[in-house]
Design a protein around this ligand. Structure first.
Ligand code: FAD
Length: 471
């Protein structure tokens, strides 16, 4: 512990994977320390990911509603305008509240919080370089959990200055609203940031190499999402390759090329966001020195119980296999601590929801049509549009639909895909259905409150085997 430098469990990284693992380990009775070098707990998610992006999404949506979607509701607002520094402060306040909340949870659960960077000395010893510049020291542990997370994947040849050419980190802390914003990558992070700045008045162009947006989305849902976002003013250059992006004074010059015809074009933008994905982060961890392995993508190699070559060193979250999502990292954090304590743990990788927090939101869990077709699995689809849902109509918020995919014979739920208001909350019911092996009939026979958006969920389930009532 803090006086002897010997712990039962040391966790390296204080993001959603690491901090949850540390709290769970302490709750299971282990003397636990968590090393974090950022100076704040919460990792990418709380500091430069999920939380700041959702703060900006929520407040920009509110502004857009006030300015574009209130008059017809009988709400007259004169002279609404954006105070950008205050918008950013409000985001920082949300982040600070949550990160300091984790510090309190560490205290409550008696997790030792070590502010420094951790580096392997041997398979039981970790060198700590304190962030306050004090001298390095060593700690040791019976078990070590690595949760060092990920970082934005660089675009070869494009130099990031986090001012004009930015990653997801820079775009969350711009000094002013760019007149023109170009984004490389039509994935979730790119589209969320596109929504934020488009609502604040930027002209936004999304450049995507593939012919569709939204990596991992059901094809039909992705097409719909693109249509709706285009209607909101986002410009899409699909099937388009970026050749270069160079800062020239206060503008960025981007050369793009049509992936099929090879035709080249030059675009000019005030800010360029590079959002082509994330890669595992292991800088300074010195994992090679103790014989741990990484694959070609840089992910630390583990077995099904998160164990490395040294079975008492486990790896969780973005730095290893699986979707790079906060809730996936958290599940693994719990399971890793439970494996150490009980020898068994549980993460259902077939049931990890994804959400894009645009408006409308897009959320899905389980398999999509393309995956089932590729596996030759016979399925039925049931869909219900929000235009036929009384709550959505009442709220004048009717874009989108709920789509169920069920096994053709047994009606067991295989996947749920929602584009619509509050999809991100509603998908939890889909996750529960998958976890319990529910059939669509189970859902259709479950009484849902009226008037709620969730009635669309129920009727979409019903539509896989019978006629819906309200459509
Ligand atoms: P991280 O959160 O990356 O945490 C790792 C921590 O380890 C970091 O704080 C780092 O400083 C620390 N560290 C690294 N090396 C060392 C070392 N040697 N010593 C000490 N400390 C070290 N996911 C969602 O589920 N929902 C969302 O809405 C969402 N939105 C996102 C929006 C953006 C803009 C971005 C960038 C990401 C978003 N994500 C979202 C992804 C999510 O942030 C990650 O999946 C999640 O943070 C992964 O958690 P982790 O604990 O594995 O790693």
């Amino acid at each position: 512990n803090s006086t002897t430098g010997k712990y039962d469990i040391v966790v390296i990284g204080g993001g959603p994977g690491g901090y949850v693992a540390a709290i769970k380990a302490a709750q299971l009775g282990y003397d636990t320390a968590c090393i974090e070098k950022r100076g704040k707990l919460g990792g990418t998610c709380l500091n430069v990911g999920c939380i700041p992006s959702k703060a900006l999404l929520n407040n920009s949506h509110l502004y857009h509603q006030i300015t574009h979607d209130s008059k017809h509701r009988g709400i007259e607002v004169e002279g609404a305008s954006i105070n950008f520094p205050q918008l950013m402060l409000s985001k920082d306040k949300a982040v600070n509240g949550l990160t300091s909340g984790i510090e309190m949870l560490f205290k409550k659960n008696k997790v030792t919080y070590i502010k420094g960077s951790g580096s392997f000395v041997d398979d039981h010893k970790v060198n700590v370089k304190p962030i306050d510049g004090a001298e390095d020291y060593e700690i040791s542990a019976d078990n070590i959990i690595v949760a060092t997370g990920s970082e934005p994947t660089p675009f070869p040849g494009i130099e990031i200055d986090e001012e004009r050419i930015v990653t997801s980190t820079g775009i969350l802390s711009l000094k002013e609203i760019p007149k023109r914003l170009s984004i490389i990558g039509g994935g979730i992070i790119g589209l969320e940031m596109a929504s934020v700045y488009s609502r604040l008045g930027s002209e936004v162009t999304i450049i995507e190499f593939k012919d569709a947006i939204g990596a991992g989305m059901d094809g039909e849902v992705a097409k719909n999402a693109q249509k709706i976002l285009a209607k909101q003013g986002l410009k899409f250059l699909l099937g388009t390759k970026v050749n270069s992006g160079v800062r020239d004074g206060e503008v960025v010059k981007i050369e793009v090329e049509d992936a099929k015809s090879g035709e080249k074009k030059e675009l000019e933008s005030d800010v360029l966001l590079v959002a082509i994905g994330r890669r595992p982060y292991t800088e300074g961890l010195n994992f090679e020195a103790i014989g741990l392995e990484s694959d070609k993508a840089g992910r630390l190699v583990i077995d099904s119980e998160f164990r490395t070559k040294h079975p008492h060193i486990r790896v969780i979250g973005d730095v290893t296999f699986g979707p790079m999502l906060a809730h996936k990292a958290e599940e693994e954090g719990i399971a890793a601590a439970e494996y150490i304590k009980h020898g068994h743990g549980h993460v259902n990788y077939g049931n990890i929801p994804s959400v894009m927090y645009t408006h409308p939101e897009v959320a899905w869990v389980g398999a999509n049509e393309e995956e089932l077709k590729a596996q030759g699995i016979k399925y039925k689809v049931g869909k219900f549009p929000f235009i036929a849902n009384s709550r959505a109509k009442t709220n004048f918020d009717t874009d989108g639909f709920v789509k169920f995919i069920a096994d053709a014979e047994t009606q067991r739920v295989l996947g749920v895909h929602i584009i619509g208001p509050n999809a991100g909350e509603m998908i939890a019911e889909g996750g529960l259905a998958l976890e319990y092996g529910a059939s669509t009939e189970d859902i259709a026979r479950t009484c849902h409150a009226h008037p709620t958006l969730a009635e669309a969920f129920k009727e979409a389930a019903l539509s896989t085997f019978d006629k819906p009532i309200n459509f």
